[in-house]
Design a protein around this ligand. Structure first.
Ligand code: FAD
Ligand code: NAI
Length: 467
């Protein structure tokens, strides 16, 4: 064991861990980050956000070239798919971004140690693997993220029954694909393979898609996706899977009980959620408390039940989102250095990168009703937005929920073109405690999709100008 003592050793180099490492180093802490994957960036950069968005973008372009160009007077001849090249573009993007983090580590003087970290107690982290060593630290930050939630009797082999990771590198387009779980991964990756030519059926346990999302938005998403060709089987429980060399047959039962049925496909994507990843970390040995779902329990400073041990990101409570992990990483180390930042968990946006996109922030109508908060609704369709019309993408709407008495914006729910970009003016408005009137009186450039936000803010007071 060397005599070197780090101010902070971070276990896990995903968005939570690597961002915390950079910020800690900027604040003058001697920082090391231990990552066992062989590349920085975690789930998000390697097998999550970035590769899925690369494929969503490519498959969207493929679909547009096939079906939308002609109506705009652009002839391309037969549009062909080179899947290998499409996957290659995704891989190159991932590689350049993960290497970019190594560069940022060097620039900020963060020590990057490749290997698996095990907490030993007393401020020690054992690193196993080719760089095996014991690190001494004043503080330890666990940022080990999450892993796929398994389903009994539906074993993932990453070929015929795949997780999101396998679904990002299928060597050929399946003729038929079943997606288990109508959540974010199911809809995004189901969309990718539908656009590339697969017949996609989504099987969901509940009687709705996208649980937790504003119901009106979820229903509209389902209707639009159905129109795009995705089939939905709601209220169905998958009880088992049988494989032959070329096909998988799933057995299903109605969730509320009833006759069993079967469904066959070439590839099944299992996407029923993710769970905290703490395997092999040694948490029990040193007394770090976890809740029933396996999440590390932390206080408002991200401190676990053990002094000097902190945790952030997917491995603790809250939405499993890269930007949530990043913000927690920054706030955690700033607090360690004596600063007083905070995160408003009510203002963390969520985006689903289908087309149209779905973007939400704040309370849903269902949540407001449940907590007896009186609110006004301002809702306008993109059909009434001139830029959406010019672009030829008019599906969806902007819905703003504002407090009935104070007019303060409580939630914004958008389904529509580029919703994930548009939502951010609403996130910022909410961060500053804005009213709907504040948004309505803010000058919005014309013609932009964001004018739909202004119009929805006007609609809260019942005085729209263009719809
Ligand atoms: P992770 O990114 O999971 O990183 C944890 C890292 O810790 C991993 O690299 C792991 O190898 C390492 N590790 C674990 N144990 C050890 C150990 N003992 N020693 C050393 N290293 C260890 N979120 C979004 O906000 N937007 C999106 O568009 C989005 N798309 C997604 C698409 C898919 C297909 C998936 C699966 C997820 C997506 N997410 C998205 C979620 C996002 O990836 C996660 O919320 C985010 O990566 C969490 O960051 P993290 O740092 O907490 O953990
Ligand atoms: P999810 O929690 O979004 O959705 C899982 C779905 O599976 C739910 O609708 C649930 O009711 C359903 N389900 C659960 N058990 C089932 C069963 N036995 N049979 C059928 N359906 C069942 O989880 P998902 O899609 O796996 O994503 C995991 C996490 O990754 C999400 O929490 C999300 O935060 C993150 N993510 C974020 C993205 C983004 O921000 N754009 C993209 C992809 C993932």
């Amino acid at each position: 064991m060397s005599d070197e003592i780090f101010d902070l050793v971070i276990v896990g180099g995903g968005p939570g861990g690597y961002t915390a490492a950079i910020r800690a180093a900027q604040l003058g802490m001697k920082t090391a980050c231990v990552e066992k994957r062989g590349a920085l960036g975690g789930t998000c950069l390697n097998v999550g956000c970035i590769p899925s968005k690369a494929l969503l973008q490519s498959s969207e372009l493929f679909e547009e070239a096939q079906h939308s160009f002609e109506s705009r007077g652009i002839s391309t001849g037969t549009v062909k798919l080179d899947l290998k090249k499409m996957l290659g573009q995704k891989d190159t993007t991932v590689e350049s971004l993960t290497q970019g983090i190594e560069f940022l580590f060097k620039k900020n003087k963060v020590t990057y140690i490749k290997g698996a970290g095990v907490l030993q107690g007393g401020g020690r982290v054992e690193v196993t693997g080719e760089n095996s060593q014991i690190l001494k630290a004043k503080n330890i930050l666990i940022a080990t993220g999450s892993e796929v939630t398994p389903l009994p009797n539906v074993e993932i082999d990453e070929k015929q029954i795949v997780s999101s990771t396998g679904a990002l590198e299928l060597p050929k387009v399946p003729k038929k694909m079943i997606v288990i779980g109508a959540g974010v991964i199911g809809l995004e990756l189901g969309t990718v393979w539908r656009r590339l030519g697969a017949e996609v059926t989504v099987v969901e346990f509940l009687d709705r898609i996208l649980p937790g999302t504003d119901t009106e938005v979820a229903k509209t998403t389902q209707r639009i996706m159905k129109k795009q060709g995705i089939k939905f089987m709601l209220g169905k429980k998958v009880t088992g899977a049988k494989k032959t060399k070329t096909a998988v047959t799933l057995s299903l039962e109605p969730a509320k009980g009833g006759d069993a049925e079967s469904l066959k496909a070439d590839v099944v994507l299992l996407a029923i959620g993710r769970r905290p990843y703490t395997e092999g970390l040694g948490l029990e040995d040193i007394g770090v408390d976890q809740d029933k779902q396996g999440r590390i329990v932390v206080d408002e400073n991200f401190k676990s039940s053990v002094d000097g041990v902190y945790a952030i990101g997917d491995v603790i409570e809250g939405p499993m989102l890269a930007h949530k992990a990043e913000d927690e990483g920054v706030v955690c180390v700033e607090k360690l250095s004596g600063q007083m930042p905070h995160i408003d968990y009510n203002i963390i946006p969520g985006v689903i990168y289908t087309w149209p996109e779905v973007a939400t922030v704040g309370q849903t109508e269902e949540q407001l009703k449940e907590s007896n908060v009186e609110y006004n609704v301002g809702k306008v369709p993109f059909m009434a937005n001139s830029r959406a019309r010019a672009n030829g993408f008019t599906d969806g709407f902007v819905k703003i929920l504002a407090d009935k008495k104070t007019d303060k914006v409580l939630g914004v729910h958008i389904i529509g073109p580029d919703a994930g970009t548009i939502i951010h003016e609403c996130v910022l408005a909410m961060e500053f405690g804005a009213s709907a009137e504040d948004i309505a009186r803010t000058c919005h450039a014309h013609p932009t999709l964001n004018e739909a936000v202004k119009e929805a803010a006007l609609a809260v007071a019942g005085r729209t100008l263009n719809s």
